[in-house]
Design a protein around this ligand. Sequence first.
Ligand code: SF4
Length: 355
Amino acid sequence: MQPNQQKLISAAPALRKALLWWFMKHQRPMPWRQKISAYRTVVSELMCQQTQIATATPYFERWVARWPDFKALAKASESDVLKLWAGLGYYSRARNLLRLAKEVALLKETPRTAEAWQQYPGVGPYTAAAIASIAFREPVAVVDGNVIRVLARLTGHRALMKNGITAARHFTPLANQLVAAQSPGDFNQAMMELGATVCRKASPDCSACPLSRWCVAKAQKTTALIPKFETKKRTVQQVHRALIMKDRKILLHRQDSQARRLAGVAEIPDIQNLNIKTKTAPVFVKRRTIGQVTYEENLIVLKLNKSVQQSIHRSAQCEWVDVDQLDDAAVSGPHRRWLAEWLSLSDQPKLGRRT
Ligand code: SF4
């Protein structure tokens, strides 16, 4: 272990005390913190993977009101689960949650350790540690992006790291030494909260930080340089999608239930999948970035002429959805927003709108 890590471990008792005191005073209210259970922790952890807390919160409240425990969720249908998840993205999380509930509901006792939780679908080392430490007080550290940033700055770790996975491997032994044995759940949540609200990526608020007296990066004025990751090459991909209406119905394409991405979820159909060629200008161009790829989504209004009808007929995964029932149709979040925006235009189609 590096000397700066050793120094931090020597200061662990005082550091834990300062951090837990700060957390008690400054933690943000979150519904899953008010009443802790294994089920609520699992749901909140899976919902908050790749999703901001403010976005996940209303979903969490609706979810636990409808399915309050593993047994209730185990009886839900996949389509109901996907409908309630619609808009949160990364739909494999919803399906994993359902599979996990079906397995856990059959057990006499809910698993208690991070090692046991890692056997379940959608639960990686980080999520397993969060569940075991928060719901069952197992003293294992959660090492997510926020915690990596705090630990890298505290130890003045200026070395270039490949990615989050290698960084988590590097910092996990240190984090496991620091985690508070008596209240590991609070310690882990405090570290994540500190990274999210004080030790922010840009402009950390060191004057408000309970750990500033131990921070090497602050002392050396290197917070802006830490942590340092290899930069990845970004690419741009063009996608053309067809907005096709028939009476009050809109054409959607639903991925089949075995698809790797968006299984069971509907989206505005990709023109390539429909085998349609068109030179029509898009009514909107939307951009979204997933990982290293920025997708430029060109939304094109097409008339339902004979050749378009034939293309639709050939595609088994297309369906007409009444625009008044879009809320119940398990449509992905961005597509739901784009459809609402398009449908709200009184004089559609407008050409060349760029957002
Ligand atoms: S002192 Fe500043 S850089 Fe160091 S851990 Fe606290 S907020 Fe982060």
